[in-house]
Design a protein around this ligand. Structure first.
Ligand SMILES: Nc1ncnc2c1ncn2[C@@H]1O[C@H](COP(=O)(O)OP(=O)(O)OP(=O)(O)O)[C@@H](O)[C@H]1O
Ligand SMILES: [Mg+2]
Length: 272
């Protein structure tokens, strides 16, 4: 037993129990194992707390449409709620695959487009939830309507101005960014008497610039590659969106890749 390098705390622990660690290798081994197991439990508890802290700080910066943060893990996606169960299953699978690509380290933009209440925000959150749980990449959620509200408020309330600055910094850096309900802030279509056509009014310039800076920071022109992944949910077609926003922003934000786009057309409105 002389050659054994005994940790002093274990030796002390055994002596307290009236055992001699130098003469009782089996008891020593057992105590050492128990101690290691306890340490392992503490480490994993600490890691879990650390992860929760990490996601909490991003959730604090997020801008939600309601008063509370939303959460929607994939387990809550129920294709059976939909008339077209098959389509709902396919849509869920597409989102699942996109999450796996992000977990594997790919960075790209995602577009989720379709009618209200069909589950776009839910599946955007499900992707973010899965990527965080499997790859520890946190996400930032921005409700475009709430963001628009902040732009309206910022001249009356300087605090909101500072918040917009901080939010923009976070949005540039977020490993996963959800821009939710993009396009709703433009309001309803306007009828033009001269042309006889309806069109969307462009979104206020300061908000366009704010978003452009974010989208530009998340795109590496030189490498032609995305920095982080951006998930956009919208009720609008790309044609609508270019009436509301500068094409340079749309080009950076809205993917044209079919495999990165999920269409929710054909699904029912699930809001009761
Ligand atoms: N397949 C589904 N399984 C379980 N819940 C669903 C499903 N589809 C939608 N929901 C629920 O229906 C509600 C509306 O969904 P969600 O907010 O994701 O729709 P949306 O497409 O983002 O709508 P909008 O365009 O109005 O923002 C939510 O409460 C969501 O949890
Ligand atoms: Mg939504």
């Amino acid at each position: 037993m002389e050659g054994l390098n005994l940790p002093p705390n274990i030796v002390a622990m055994m002596r307290e129990q009236g055992r001699d660690p130098t003469k009782d290798p089996a008891a020593f081994a057992e105590m050492k194992k128990r101690k290691e197991e306890r340490e392992q439990r503490l480490i994993s508890k600490w890691n879990q707390q650390n992860r929760q802290q990490k996601i909490k700080s991003w959730l604090q910066y997020s801008v939600w449409s309601g008063s509370r943060p939303l959460n929607f893990p994939f387990e809550r996606w129920e294709p059976n709620m939909q008339t077209n169960t098959q389509l709902a299953r396919e849509v869920g699978n597409s989102a699942w695959k996109l999450a796996n690509r992000m977990i594997a380290g790919e960075q790209f933009n995602v577009l989720m487009v379709g009618e209200p209440g069909t589950g776009k925000t839910s599946l955007a959150l499900a992707i973010a939830d899965k990527v965080f749980k499997n790859a520890e990449k946190p996400y930032l959620f921005i409700s475009t309507m709430k963001l628009f509200g902040m732009f309206n408020e910022r001249f009356d309330n300087p605090k909101v101005g500072h918040k917009l600055k901080d939010l923009q910094k976070k949005a540039k850096q977020a490993p996963i960014l959800i821009i939710d309900d993009f396009g709703t802030e433009a309001g309803m279509k306007i009828y033009n008497e001269n042309t006889g056509k309806t069109h969307f009014k462009p979104v206020r310039k300061d908000m366009q610039e704010w978003l452009y800076e974010v989208a530009d920071a998340r795109y590496d022109e030189y490498e032609n590659a995305h920095r982080g992944s951006t998930i956009v949910t919208t009720n609008n077609t790309s044609g609508d969106l270019v009436q509301m926003y500068n094409p340079k922003l749309i080009s950076r934000l809205i993917t044209k890749r079919k495999d990165n786009t999920i269409h929710f057309e054909g699904l029912d409105d699930m809001r009761g």
